[in-house]
Design a protein around this ligand. Structure first.
Ligand code: GLN
Length: 491
C-alpha cells in the first residue's frame, strides 16, 4: 500500500469513513514525512502543528461519537501565507508583515474550518505573490521536491512543494497571473484557477484585485473538484463575489468528452517551448482526438500583448493595494523617524523586498498624471481586446488548451537577476487572469525527469467542463510519476 502521506484526499476519506485509519494517524504520517523532508524543501513559513493535532483529535472524537466529520476533516492541508488566518501570523512572504497576526479568518478559511480543516501550516510564497519561483520570499526559497536544485514555481511554490513532497495532502494557493497553475505544473500536481468571482477574496491579502483568485492545488482532478466545492460560492463580504450557487463539481464533472470542441491557440505554441513541452502537447492533442474530441487550431490574435498589459495592470493595482502597508496599520514600523513621511519611507524601505519595490514603482508610474492614459488606459483597452478574443474563440470551442508553462521547472538562481525572463515564464497563464476565465493545469508528461503541465481553459463559470476534460485526460494520460530519490526527495 502507498504511504498515507502520499495518498489522495478522497482515498483517505474513504479509509477514514470505513474506520481503517484515524484522522490522527493520517496526520502523524504527514508530520513524520514533514520531519524528514522539510529541512530540504522548506515549504512552510509557519507550522501550526499543535492546532493540527488538536483538530485531528477533535475529528476522531466526533467520529467516535457517531457524528460524521466534515468534508475536509482528516486531510492535512497547507494554506498559502497570503490568506488571513485568525490568531496565526500571516506574512505574505514579506518582512513588513513578519509579526502580523490577523484578527479574522479569510472566508475560505472559515468555510474550511466548518468542514473540519486540519491546518499543517502557512506555506511559503513569493513576497506579496509577486514572482514565479518562490525565490522572492523574505523567508528563503522553497525547493522543488522533484529536483532540489530547481524552483517549485511561484508564487504559490510552498503550497505546491508541500503537496508534492508529502507534507500536506492538498493546499490552497492564489493565482493572479499563474501562481497556482505554474507551480502545480512544475511540481507534477493539479492546480486550478476558478472563474473570477467564484471564490471569495475576503481575507486574501490583495495583490491585483481585478485578477486575484484563490484556488486548489491537489494530487488529482477529483481532489481538486472536492476542494473547489468546499471553497466556492457567494460571500457578501467580497463585492466582486458572484451571486450564485455553485454546482457539486464532483458529480457535475462526470461523463466523457466525445464531441467536445477543443481549440489550441497557435499563439501559445510559438517560440520558447522546450522540445519536451512541445512533444507532451502533441501527445495530448492526439489523446483528445482518440477520446472523441474535435481538435482544431484556434487563434487569439491579441495575445501577444497580454504580458505587457498584465505588467501594467497588475503593478498598477499593487501599487495602490500596498499603500496600506505604511507602518501605521499593519506589521512593521521603523522607529526613530523625525516625522511621518520619514517613518513611511523608512518602514517601506526596510519592509519590502526588491521585486515588490519594482512593482510599486512601475505601478505608481503607470498611474501618474500625464502617463495614466498612455499606460494604464492603454493596457485596459488591450485587456478588453483579449476578453473579446476569448469570447470569439469560445463560440467555436468548448475548451482551449496549451502548455501551462513553456519549460519545466528552471534552476534556482537561473532567473532571479533577470525580471523579464522571470515574467516570461507566465506567458501561457496570464491571459486567463486578464479574461477572468477558469483554467486548470494537470501533469501530462516528463521532460528530463521534470513534470510538464497541460493547461485547459474554459468559458466563464464553466468549471464543470474544464474539470470533466481534465478528469478524462488524467485517466488517459495515466501520469503516475513521483519525485525520485536521486535529485528529489523520493516518493
Ligand atoms: N508571476 C506572476 C507575477 O509575478 C503571477 C503571480 C501570481 O499569479 N500571483 O505577477
Amino acid at each position: 500500500m502507498e504511504a498515507l502521506y502520499a495518498m489522495k484526499a478522497w482515498e483517505l476519506q474513504d479509509m477514514i469513513d470505513r474506520g481503517e485509519v484515524s484522522v490522527s494517524e493520517v496526520l502523524d504520517a504527514v508530520l513524520a514525512r514533514l520531519e524528514q523532508v522539510e529541512n530540504e524543501v522548506h515549504s512552510y513559513i509557519t507550522l501550526t502543528l499543535d492546532a493540527a493535532r488538536a483538530a485531528a483529535a477533535e475529528a476522531d472524537r466526533a467520529r467516535d461519537g457517531g457524528k460524521s466529520p466534515g468534508a475536509a476533516a482528516g486531510i492535512p492541508m497547507a494554506i498559502k501565507d497570503v490568506l488571513c488566518t485568525r490568531g496565526i501570523r500571516t506574512t505574505c512572504g514579506s518582512r513588513i508583515l513578519e509579526e502580523y497576526i490577523p484578527v479574522y479568518d479569510a472566508t475560505v478559511l472559515e468555510r474550511l474550518r466548518h468542514a473540519g480543516l486540519v491546518l499543517v501550516g502557512k506555506a511559503n510564497m513569493d513576497e506579496f505573490a509577486m514572482g514565479s519561483s518562490t525565490e522572492n520570499s523574505a523567508y528563503g526559497p522553497t525547493r522543488n521536491p522533484w529536483d532540489l536544485e530547481r524552483v517549485p514555481g511561484g508564487s504559490s511554490g510552498g503550497s505546491a512543494a508541500a503537496v508534492a513532497a508529502g507534507e500536506a495532502i492538498w493546499a490552497l494557493g492564489s493565482d493572479t497571473g499563474g501562481s497556482i497553475r505554474q507551480p502545480a505544473s512544475f511540481c507534477g500536481l493539479v492546480g486550478m484557477k476558478p472563474t473570477y468571482g467564484l471564490v471569495s477574496r475576503y481575507g486574501l491579502v490583495a495583490f491585483a484585485s481585478s485578477l486575484d483568485q484563490v484556488g486548489p492545488i491537489a494530487r488529482d482532478v477529483r481532489d481538486c473538484a472536492l476542494l473547489l466545492s468546499l471553497i466556492a460560492g457567494h460571500d457578501r463580504r467580497d463585492s466582486t463575489s458572484l451571486r450564485l450557487e455553485p454546482p457539486d463539481y464532483l458529480s457535475a464533472m462526470q461523463g466523457d468528452i466525445r464531441g467536445l470542441r477543443v481549440g489550441m491557440p497557435r499563439e501559445l505554441m510559438q517560440e520558447g517551448l522546450t522540445p519536451g513541452v512541445r512533444k507532451a502537447m502533441e501527445d495530448c492533442l492526439q489523446k483528445f482526438e482518440q477520446l472523441g474530441a474535435e481538435v482544431d487550431e484556434a487563434t487569439l490574435p491579441n495575445l501577444d500583448y497580454a504580458l505587457s498589459a498584465y505588467y501594467i495592470i497588475a503593478p498598477a493595482e499593487a501599487s495602490s493595494n500596498l499603500a496600506r502597508f505604511d507602518g501605521v496599520r499593519y506589521g512593521l514600523r521603523v522607529e526613530g523617524a523625525e516625522d511621518m513621511m520619514e517613518m513611511y519611507g523608512r518602514t517601506r524601505a526596510a519592509g519590502f523586498g526588491p521585486e515588490v519595490k519594482r512593482r510599486i514603482m512601475l505601478g505608481t508610474y503607470a498611474l501618474s498624471a500625464g502617463y495614466y492614459e498612455a499606460y494604464y488606459g492603454q493596457a485596459q483597452k488591450v485587456r478588453t481586446l483579449i476578453i473579446r478574443d476569448f469570447d470569439a474563440a469560445y463560440e467555436k470551442y468548448d475548451i482551449l488548451v496549451s502548455p501551462t508553462t513553456p519549460t519545466p521547472a528552471f534552476a534556482l538562481g537561473e532567473k532571479v537577476e533577470d525580471p523579464l525572463a522571470m515574467y516570461l515564464s507566465d506567458v501561457c497563464t496570464i491571459p486567463v487572469n486578464l479574461a477572468g476565465i477558469p483554467a486548470i493545469s494537470i501533469p501530462c508528461g516528463l521532460e528530463d525527469g521534470l513534470p510538464v503541465g497541460l493547461q485547459i481553459m474554459g468559458k466563464v463559470l464553466d468549471e464543470t467542463t474544464v474539470l470533466r476534460a481534465a478528469r478524462v485526460m488524467e485517466e488517459a494520460l495515466a501520469f503516475r510519476e513521483k519525485p525520485g530519490s536521486g535529485k528529489g526527495v523520493g516518493a
